[in-house]
Ligand binder design. Sequence first.
Ligand SMILES: Nc1ncnc2c1ncn2[C@@H]1O[C@H](COP(=O)(O)OP(=O)(O)O)[C@@H](O)[C@H]1O
Ligand SMILES: Nc1ccn([C@@H]2O[C@H](COP(=O)(O)O)[C@@H](O)[C@H]2O)c(=O)n1
Length: 245
Amino acid sequence: MMSDTHLNGAKTNGTNISEVKTPFLIGVAGGTASGKSTVCKRIMQQLGQAEMDHTQRQVVCISQDSFYRDLTPSEKAKADKGMFNFDHPDAFNEMKMLNVLKTILAGQKVTIECYDYRTNALSEKTITIYPADVVLFEGILVFYFQSIRDLFHMKLFVDTDSDTRLARRVPRDIKERGRDLDHVLNQYMTFVKPAFDEFCSPTKKFADVIIPRGADNTVAIDLIVHHIGEILRPGGNANNLTPGP
Ligand SMILES: Nc1ncnc2c1ncn2[C@@H]1O[C@H](COP(=O)(O)OP(=O)(O)O)[C@@H](O)[C@H]1O
Ligand SMILES: Nc1ccn([C@@H]2O[C@H](COP(=O)(O)O)[C@@H](O)[C@H]2O)c(=O)n1
C-alpha cells in the first residue's frame, strides 16, 4: 500500500536528482497507560508494517520519553524515590524534540536514544529512524508544546478512563519499570494525576480524532488506518502535506 507519491523529487531532464520524502506525521497523545503505544502498534500492524525489519519499515513509531531532559544529581536522587515530576512539561527537552521532528520531516535519517525507566535516564541504546512514509510520535504531552503540535498532519488522543489507566500502570511499572507499589502509588497521587489534569487532559481539544477506550476501539482504528491509506495511495493528497490547523 505504501507508494512513492509523496516523494518531493527535484527533476532535471527527466532525472531525479533528489528524492526527499515528507513523512505523514501523526501525534498520539493521552494519559499514562491509556494505550498510546498499543494503538500505535495496531496502526502499524494494520498498515502491514509491524513485523518488518526497522530499516525497511515505512511506518515508524517514536516515544516522547526519548526526549526527557537529563536530570541534575539532586533531581536524580528525587527521581529514584518517585519524588520527581516526570509529568510536567519542564521534564522534557522541547528543542531536541523539535529538531528531531524537523529532521524527520525533512526526510533525513535520525538516531534517537531509548529511555531507561529503571535509571530515569536516556540509555546507551539507540534507534535509527530511516526516512519513512508515516511517523507516529506518541507521548503524554505531545500536544502540549505548540511548536511540536504545529508539525503534526494528524492528531489522535487516546481517551481511557483514569481507573483503567491506573489499574494498568501499577502492574506495568512494577513488572517493566522496576518500581514497587508504594513508589507507583505515591508518584501517581503526587505528580501523575495532578499533571494529567493540568497539562495533558486540556490538550484533548487539539485532537482531530479522540479514541475512546484506546486499542479496544477497533472501529476508530480501522477508520484512522483507512484515512492514512487514502492519503498515501497513488493519487492521494500526500504530495501536498501541510500540518493540520
Ligand atoms: N485495550 C487494552 N486492554 C488491555 N490492556 C491494555 C490495553 N491497551 C493497553 N493495555 C496494557 O496497558 C499497559 C499500558 O499500555 P500502553 O499501550 O503501553 O499505554 P501508554 O503507551 O499510553 O502508556 C500495557 O501493559 C498494555 O499491555
Ligand atoms: N523516569 C520516568 C519517566 C517517566 N515516567 C512516567 O512515564 C509516564 C509516561 O509514559 P507512558 O508510557 O505511561 O505514557 C509518565 O506518566 C511518567 O510519570 C516515570 O515514571 N519515570
